[in-house]
Design a protein. Structure first.
Lengths: 194, 376
């Protein structure tokens, strides 16, 4: 049975998350995602921790992913972490538009990029020391596919009722990864759609 | 349990395909809130965004002001997501990405405590109908401010789909579900009416053109927008709906003027007329007196020159007039390639005044440019 982070929080001693996706974006195609990501991986959600940023301006969340397969790039460690703005600390919750929701034990295919300097420099708002390399989502929730037990990869970063994502929405995982690999072999895949 | 959940999600997908329905975030402002907000425009790349932001706020606020409304409290130097008790809207470079704008919603339990909206300054923004339209994005983000999540269509759909400056019925229903409908329902609201009162249809116009409209609605007019062609001239949220169109940077000829009224629930009506912008006055029209004397003849001439106006098109000629007392005498009519003319046999010691007009293909003379030639 899949557990939400709210359920897992009591067991893991970490804070619960259930960020909804809201906001307005330009739609990124699969080619955009494949070309723009530095790391594309298939993995399993282990846990999430939320805390205040160092400057107390923002709540951020580190979600730990156990890497099962790397499709693009190189994941040196067995686990990586994805940092997203938003989360809940005590009674206070920050919901940030377009950020994806993660569920404990969820299998995901993620399009990731390194955390920009603003998250890791002297003015870092990174809140938790992570033993794993830290990434952020490419194009926020658009960079996430959730893999169901039926083997289908669903672009589930947004609520399922949200949008008509007829392309690449519910593909067999094997077909999705094949499409990504095909795109990566094309030079054009490295360029984002204008 | 797992399989059951998948079945439920599948059912939801089927429902989504059958009809759109608003989705609530699960948090909202207390009913009756007048949410004050400030705007930081310091880093924005275009001017005029404030009116677009305020128009979006007015559109939401007009749905049911007693249930929830937003009030502009002035400019701020703050941009961002900080939890500081202030609701701010601003522009910030969030890098090249698909993000147009981000809404940060701070909440406790089911109650929203603070909302901040950050527009991505790395995107290209427009307030006159181009992409990305500030008011459309502001209207969407403010939908999150009131507590709406993405829907499958309308203003609350997740992806930018062109200009939409009104609140569709689905989002409106979501708002009413959280904050209540205005007295009189909201479902019995009739569309507004609007008519352009000036200029008159078919009028010849030039310079600053008065552009006015009359609009009414059974529950109130939210805004009236004035367009020249497809270009938004101005947007007014209160009567009288009167503005002026500076036609100096528009091409002469037939032009369409349109007024669009939007009522408090996003219903629209429009009125459209055609007018004719007469030719612009030729720029840099000037003259100088020259001596054309020889041993046998002493002659003076006034040499006049001008330039073609960049916004004159379909011009057939230029007409040059000289003032003789109270009478304007036609000196000559010149083709459009001619940008200089001579007035011979003028007196050495006299000053002269000239007027030059461009004439369009319909024979309509435009505004006159004036030049004076003084005695040497």
């Amino acid at each position: 049975m899949k557990k939400t982070f709210r359920f897992a929080a009591s067991a893991l001693g970490v804070l619960a998350l259930g960020l909804s996706a809201s906001g307005l974006m330009v739609k990124a195609s699969l080619a955009d995602l494949a070309g723009g990501a530095e790391l594309i991986l298939l993995g399993r959600v282990i846990e999430a921790r939320s805390s205040w940023s160092l400057d107390n301006s923002l709540i951020v969340t580190l979600t730990t992913i156990e890497v099962r397969e790397t499709i693009k790039g190189r994941a040196v460690f067995r686990r990586i972490a994805v940092q997203t703005p938003g989360g809940q600390v005590g009674d206070l919750r920050l919901t940030v538009s377009d950020e994806p929701a993660f569920a404990a034990d969820e299998t995901v295919l993620l399009f990731l990029k390194p955390l920009p300097a603003r998250f890791s420099g002297a003015n870092s708002i990174l809140v938790l020391n992570s033993p794993a390399p830290v990434y952020e989502m490419l194009d926020k929730a658009q960079g996430k596919y959730s893999i169901g037990e039926d083997g289908l990869a669903r672009k589930a970063g947004y609520r399922l009722l949200a949008v008509d994502e007829s392309d690449d929405t519910a593909l067999p995982l094997i077909e999705l990864t094949a499409r990504i690999k095909t795109l990566l072999r094309r030079p054009a895949a490295a360029r984002r759609t204008p | 349990m797992r399989r059951r959940r998948i079945r439920i999600l599948s059912a939801c997908l089927l429902l989504a395909g059958a009809a759109s329905a608003y989705v609530l975030m699960g948090v909202k402002w207390p009913t009756g809130t007048n949410m004050g907000f400030t705007v930081n425009l310091a880093s924005a790349k275009i001017s005029g965004q404030l009116s677009s932001v305020l128009s979006a706020a007015a559109t939401w606020s007009a749905l049911n002001p007693s249930g929830f409304r937003m009030t502009y409290q002035g400019p701020t130097a703050v941009v961002g997501y900080h939890y500081d008790g202030a609701n701010t809207i601003g522009w910030q470079d969030q890098g090249a990405s698909s993000t147009l704008a981000t809404t940060y919603t701070w909440s406790s339990g089911a109650t929203i405590l603070e909302n901040d909206i950050v527009f991505n300054d790395a995107q290209t923004w427009s307030i006159t109908g181009g992409s990305y339209d500030v008011e459309t994005v502001a209207l969407h983000e403010m939908g999150h401010v009131v507590g709406l999540d993405h829907s499958s269509s309308g203003i609350m759909q997740a992806y930018y789909a062109g200009i939409q400056r009104s609140i569709d019925a689905d989002a409106r229903a979501g708002f009413y579900a959280m904050y209540g409908a205005p007295a009189g329902g909201g479902g019995s609201d009739h569309p507004p009416t609007v008519s352009i009162t000036a200029p008159a249809a078919g009028a010849l116009v030039s310079g600053m053109v008065p552009f006015t409209a009359a609009a009414s609605d059974d529950h109130g007019v939210g805004k009236v927008e004035f367009y020249v062609g497809a270009v938004l001239v101005t947007r007014m949220t209160a009567s009288p709906y009167q503005t002026s169109w500076d036609s100096s940077a528009s091409y002469n000829g037939a032009t369409t003027l349109k007024a669009v009224a939007t009522d408090t629930i996003g219903q629209t009506a429009s009125d459209q007329i055609g007018v004719v912008l007469i030719p612009h006055a030729p720029p840099n029209f000037s003259g100088i007196k020259k001596n054309n004397s020889s041993t046998l003849l002493e002659q003076y001439i006034n040499v006049l020159s001008w330039e073609a106006h960049p916004y004159n098109r379909d011009i057939q000629s230029y007409r040059l007039y000289r003032q003789d007392g109270s009478v304007w005498t036609l000196i000559g009519e010149f083709d459009t390639q001619t940008l200089t003319a001579m007035d011979k046999n003028v007196k050495k010691s006299a000053a002269y005044t000239y007027i030059l007009k461009a004439v369009d293909n319909g024979g309509r003379p435009g505004d006159g440019a004036t030049a004076q030639v003084k005695a040497p």
